[in-house]
Design a binder for this molecule. Structure first.
Ligand SMILES: *[C@@H]1O[C@H](CO)[C@@H](O)[C@H](O)[C@H]1NC(C)=O
Ligand SMILES: *[C@@H]1O[C@H](CO)[C@@H](O)[C@H](O)[C@H]1NC(C)=O
Ligand SMILES: *[C@@H]1O[C@H](CO)[C@@H](O)[C@H](O)[C@H]1NC(C)=O
Ligand SMILES: *[C@@H]1O[C@H](CO)[C@@H](O)[C@H](O)[C@H]1NC(C)=O
Ligand SMILES: *[C@@H]1O[C@H](CO)[C@@H](O)[C@H](O)[C@H]1NC(C)=O
Ligand SMILES: *[C@@H]1O[C@H](CO)[C@@H](O)[C@H](O)[C@H]1NC(C)=O
Length: 280
């Protein structure tokens, strides 16, 4: 494996420059789709909101534990709403667990590099089946699917709906994009197509095809030997800017109106500026 400090550096570069790595064919430069001026540090802290979500969500879904169970004292703040262990096959469970552990590794690396202080304060996050059902109901244009959508019911449901948080922004660096190739046999293409549509619609900045995003490897906490997560910074195929991410994960299509996966909104000064300037 490559030198960890090298990889940390690559990771931070990715964070700092994500706004410049754009697939020119898909970006619409209307005012609501432009980036908000911010320092690298502010962008990292913005991204930490996504990393914290991703780590809690994937660890609870795969092995029924949270960040502090695998890395004591790393985070503080409210417990996630609605954490549930999913009905995965063992092979899917291992992959999801590994991505969760890699994400914890990224958070810890930010603390070790003294970019963040431990414990990292977490926003309130909602990982409940109901929160995801609300997105899927919109995707299928119904008030409630019959039976109600349950992201935790099986692997195809999880993989298709998890992209709401793991398929966008920085978190794509460790997100489930890579799993699409591994899990082709568990993809529900109708569901996947509809959730992509709703993501693009909430984002309000055009159609961004889901590129295959290959994550960075900082080491999966020495807890697993499966090594499905290769390192390649150059494969970042598209990007969503901060306000677009907020519109999606809030489920409101409005970057200043929290809801959905973050009932209390993001934390950090970049988010505060977006709110104070009403950059919806
Ligand atoms: C959603 O359903 C309503 C009626 O239930 C219909 O009027 C509307 O056109 C549908 N929207 C889309 C985008 O299909
Ligand atoms: C768990 O997933 C398996 C395989 O997809 C499925 O056959 C089974 O019904 C699921 N169990 C529950 C309780 O949903
Ligand atoms: C795909 O997901 C939708 C929504 O949950 C569900 O209605 C449909 O039965 C699923 N298709 C397959 C093949 O599992
Ligand atoms: C969803 O499927 C429709 C019909 O096949 C297609 O036109 C559309 O581009 C797909 N959307 C996404 C986001 O893949
Ligand atoms: C992983 O294992 C190596 C060698 O055994 C050790 O030096 C390192 O501290 C471990 N890392 C974690 C996060 O436990
Ligand atoms: C977004 O939400 C804020 C309140 O949180 C509201 O004042 C504003 O009008 C909304 N913007 C749009 C475009 O709906």
């Amino acid at each position: 494996m490559a030198n960890p400090s090298c990889l940390l550096y690559a990771f931070l570069l990715l964070v700092a420059f994500q706004s410049t790595m754009i697939n020119a064919n898909t970006v619409i430069h209307t005012p609501q789709c432009r980036p908000v001026a911010a320092s690298s540090n502010e962008k990292i802290i913005f991204s930490v909101n996504l990393l914290l979500y991703q780590a809690q969500f994937l660890l609870h879904a795969s092995i029924g534990v949270g960040i502090n169970d695998v890395s004591p004292g790393l985070v503080q703040g409210p417990a996630p709403i609605g954490a549930t262990t999913a009905n995965f096959s063992n092979s899917v469970r291992r992959v999801i667990e590994e991505v969760g552990l890699v994400t914890v590794g990224h958070l810890r690396a930010l603390v070790q590099a003294e970019i963040l202080d431990a414990p990292i304060t977490s926003p309130l996050i909602d990982v409940s089946a109901e929160a995801y059902a609300a997105f899927v109901n919109v995707a299928f244009n119904v008030s409630t699917l019959t039976p109600p959508f349950n992201i935790y019911a099986n692997s195809p449901s999880f993989v298709a709906a998890a992209k709401l948080v793991t398929g966008i922004g920085l978190s794509q660096a460790v997100g489930l994009g890579v799993l699409r190739t591994l899990l082709n046999d568990v993809i529900n293409s109708t569901l996947s197509n509809r959730t992509s549509e709703v993501v693009n619609q909430l984002g309000g900045c055009g159609v961004k095809a889901e590129g295959l995003i290959v994550p960075l490897q900082l080491g999966a906490e020495n807890r697993t030997t499966s090594n499905v997560v290769p390192a390649d910074v150059n494969s970042l195929a598209y990007v969503r800017f901060e306000r677009e991410i907020l519109r999606i994960v809030y489920g409101t299509g409005n970057a200043t109106m929290p809801g959905g996966l973050y009932p209390g909104g993001f934390i950090g000064s970049l988010n505060r500026r977006i709110r104070d300037l009403q950059l919806s």
